[in-house]
Write a protein that binds this ligand. Structure first.
Ligand code: KIV
Ligand code: ZN
Length: 508
């Protein structure tokens, strides 16, 4: 009998770019997706689900570009069990050297009856056909019986057995609607381990949604019962209440290795920078008290706690802040700092800039350093983000002019550019300067939206900090977020609104 205590390796499958992008308002452009993919490689994730190629040109391009360029992780594309989906996924993946096709088909009675209108035999037949088609194209195939946690266990075992027989190398068990509880979900995994005769030919994976706040607990229970892969997202973003949070599940496995006897390859000091990168790109703020990466995750407020930590850290801290990437220093750059220093800070913050991008960001940095003496990490991230969100053929902010007196309608004149052409309008309506500028943007671009949220906060510290604005708008029933940064808060708000409009245009 083996007495080895070697921890079981757990594959971390990140779906921030696919399921995460399905969070309302979280759609990303190609540059942003590539930036996140690089950061995920640095973080040490094993598999990156880069998109669902059949659904849009944007998803297709993202999967193609990321699979061809991101080295160090397996790149995966999602497909339904349909020929066109699978072929399109393969078309996007085929130039990569380490790729996976992920096919899925719902199996629960509710989905069979109301969504698919298929009986059990047909579900098995389609699953097998889909997996076989994918396996003819690629050796690495994942199959997901969607809504597995609400599927009859006997039937689930049959589908899983048939999918493995057809060539699936990973079987993913989704808790699609976040309905499972840890004990029940663990038992489902155990049933598969005990009852599916060919289960040893595949890795069992889990994909838990967080509708009841149990996604991390369910994933951990699955690991205790035989799962070898966890699907998760940075900051837990995803459909509805989101997915299992990568940073939480990874740190739970690591901190409680005594319980789980499992280990991941995650480079944990990259957790906070990656979380910030995803939060900046998606404009989805991380709640302050979020475990692991929230600003307050290591802040001790009560005097008794502070006293305890000063005497012996472990009295109130179960993890070290530096182990998850909270750096003690927010290095300050200034106008004498060179390109190398900027490049170094950008890398630490999780950004990979090519020569051209570095040149542009360095120019922006010099302008900013002239306006403000000290440039912090938050400022640098904001400058880079500003560049990422700009796409050549989209609307660009040029300038504005406002005449405003309290109690009277302002007069706002705005100039935008598209390609080489410039467009200027003057608006004399609106409740205030920003409202007038938003109307001016609508007039120039021809897009009309409903503003659902508008925020301005500082991107770093100090009175001269850049203002970072986030605008959430609704257009044709969909939510879009935009982000803008400037030392002038009116300009920041205007840029944020324009960024949301540009995101709408990408989608149309
Ligand atoms: O939640 C889900 O079931 C999914 C599948 C496509 C894996 O996202
Ligand atoms: Zn999902």
């Amino acid at each position: 009998m083996s007495t080895s205590t070697k921890p079981k390796p757990i594959t971390i499958f990140d779906t921030t770019l696919r399921d995460g992008e399905q969070s309302p308002g979280c759609s990303m452009n190609l540059n942003e997706k590539i930036e996140i993919a690089h950061a995920l490689v640095d973080l040490g994730v094993d598999v990156i689900e880069a998109g669902f190629p059949i659904t849009s040109v944007g998803d297709f391009e993202a999967v193609r570009e990321i699979s061809a360029t991101a080295k160090g992780a397996t790149i995966c594309g999602l497909a339904r069990c349909r020929n066109q989906d699978i072929d399109r996924a393969w078309e996007a993946l085929q130039n990569g050297d380490n790729v996976r096709i992920h096919v899925f088909l719902a199996t629960s009675a509710i989905h069979r009856e109301f969504k698919l209108r298929m009986d059990k035999e047909e579900i098995i037949r389609r699953a097998v056909e889909g997996v076989k088609r994918a396996r003819n194209l690629c050796d690495n195939i994942e199959f997901s019986p969607e809504d597995a946690s609400r599927t009859e266990v006997d039937f689930l075992c049959k589908v899983v057995e048939a999918a493995i027989e057809a060539g699936a190398t990973t079987i993913n068990i989704p808790d699609t609607v976040g309905y499972a509880t840890p004990d029940q979900f663990g038992k489902t995994i155990k049933s598969l381990v005990n009852r599916v005769p060919n289960i040893d030919k595949a890795v069992i994976s889990v994909h838990c949604h967080n509708d009841l706040g149990l996604a991390v607990a369910n994933s951990l229970s699955a690991v205790e019962n035989g799962a070898g892969q966890i699907e998760c997202t940075v900051n837990g973003i995803g459909e509805r209440a989101g997915n299992c949070s990568l940073e939480e599940v990874v740190m739970a496995l690591r901190t409680r290795a005594d319980v789980y006897h499992a280990a991941t390859r995650i480079n944990t000091p990259r957790l906070v920078p990656t979380s910030r990168l995803v939060s900046n790109i998606t404009s989805m703020q991380v709640q302050r008290n979020k475990a692991i990466v929230g600003r307050n995750a290591f802040a001790h407020e009560a005097g008794i706690h502070q006293d305890g930590v000063l005497k012996e850290r472990t009295t109130y801290e179960i993890m070290r802040p530096e182990d998850v990437g909270f750096s003690q220093t927010d290095l300050v750059l200034g106008k004498h700092s060179g390109r190398a220093a900027l490049m170094d800070r950008a890398r630490t913050l999780g950004y990979h800039l090519d020569e051209e991008q570095l040149k542009q960001v360095f120019d922006d940095f010099k302008k900013l350093a002239d306006k403000k003496k000290e440039v912090y990490d938050g400022d640098i991230a904001a400058l880079i983000e500003q560049r990422h969100t700009q796409i050549a053929d989209q609307w660009q902010f040029v300038s504005y002019n406002i005449e405003a007196t309290s109690g009277q309608s302002p007069s706002a004149s705005l100039t935008l550019a598209r390609g080489d052409e410039q467009f200027t309008v003057t608006q004399t309506c609106g409740d205030g300067p920003l409202d007038a500028l938003f109307h001016a943007i609508e007039e120039i671009t021809g897009q009309t939206v409903v503003v659902r949220d508008f925020r301005v906060q500082s991107a770093s510290r100090g009175k001269d900090a850049q203002g970072e604005s986030i605008v959430e708008v609704e257009h044709n029933g969909r939510v879009y977020r935009g982000r803008g940064v400037s030392t002038d808060t009116v300009e920041a708000g205007t840029r944020a609104f324009l960024n949301a409009i540009n995101r709408i245009e990408i989608d149309s």
